[in-house]
Design a protein around this ligand. Sequence first.
Ligand SMILES: Nc1ncnc2c1ncn2[C@@H]1O[C@H](COP(=O)(O)OP(=O)(O)O)[C@@H](O)[C@H]1O
Ligand SMILES: [Mg+2]
Length: 207
Amino acid sequence: MNTYQELANTVVISPKKNRLIHYDDSLKLIGTGRSAFVFRISNSSKAIKVFFPDFTYIAKEEAEIYKVLQDIPFFPTIFDSGLNYIVMDYIEGRTLFECVNKGIPITTNHIKEIDEALLLASSKGLNPSDIHLRNIFITSTNDIKLIDVARFRQTKNCTQWSDLKSAYLLYYKKRLFPKKIPATIMNTVAFIYKKQLIPHHLTSSKG
Ligand SMILES: Nc1ncnc2c1ncn2[C@@H]1O[C@H](COP(=O)(O)OP(=O)(O)O)[C@@H](O)[C@H]1O
Ligand SMILES: [Mg+2]
């Protein structure tokens, strides 16, 4: 394969239901989001994010934002981008979603590092948004990495991270709160949250 665009072109996604139909043997599917499939490129430490047909416009936006963030170590390096894809560091580790699902502890220090990453992004004039458990990694060397920065230039205020932090302090940190939660329960809570059906006092640590 000569270029990353050629590699991205081997990824065939059905336009109606965004079903993955085909991809090159040198790719290994590592994640599915709401806008893209993400693959590890074999024999490399790179990942390629290939956007669904209706979401290809995001590739350029996300690549531009990553470029602004390149000197901040909490974000992956990007190597290339094109019409429907971005090539970046493959992150060895687990998302916070996987950590909670598998019972891997999330420490106050991890939370502090995420705060620091978001502050550094804000200092670049960005507005970190869409910060949720599947977009935050604890790497195999116990560092924090943030991905999926496509919405960092939106102007709308996003309270997702401050709500997650409140939930961390109000619930997760409590001794008796279960540290391992089934995916179905997490997905249900996320769904109810998105629908804005969680009463404010249950997520507000300010009383
Ligand atoms: N660079 C990466 N290294 C390892 N896994 C990744 C990487 N980028 C994305 N993933 C995995 O793929 C999933 C979807 O990627 P993401 O960029 O969040 O897509 P979307 O914009 O569609 O939400 C992530 O939740 C994560 O599990
Ligand atoms: Mg995502």
